[in-house]
Ligand binder design. Sequence first.
Ligand code: ZN
Length: 189
Amino acid sequence: MVLDVVKYGDPVLRKRGAKIEAITPEITQFIADMFDTMKAARGVGLAAQQVGRALQLTVIDVRGMRDRPSLLWIDGQPAEVDAFMPLVLINPQIAPTGPRVAGPEGCLSFPEIYGDIERPAEVEVTAQNERGESFSFKAGGLLARAVQHEVDHLNGILFIDRMDSTVRADVKDEVDLLQAETKARLGRR
Ligand code: ZN
């Protein structure tokens, strides 16, 4: 089932996600709904907060992004990215590494708003999968950026918080308008 994507201005986007203690049938269904929603919105990633629930859960799929390559290492060995997708990260812990690199980012909660953001080029990740099994990997390229963007969501951090002051100023009017529209809509509910 495709869920409504929450837009900036909704307070749930600023909530830190609660840890998921058990993979219940309800969580399994929620993960399937998140994939349906991400696919319908043509997104690379979706966090639980973006469909209105503050949980430590995000889904990622970078397969559609041929022009922006991803890198993957499992147990220190290079691995095939596509075979590792789609990805469910439950209760993820990350350690960003490597030099900071700038790259363009958008967010399904900020339609039509884009900006270059500097983030560490690589990230070490440990999380649970949709069966509750622990797994680890290291990501580079677009996948590293997507993981960091989504894990930020799980902690109530948004990509506008990561923009430098010049980029943030460039999008200020659009962001302020979006926030006002969302607040007006929530007020009418
Ligand atoms: Zn986002």
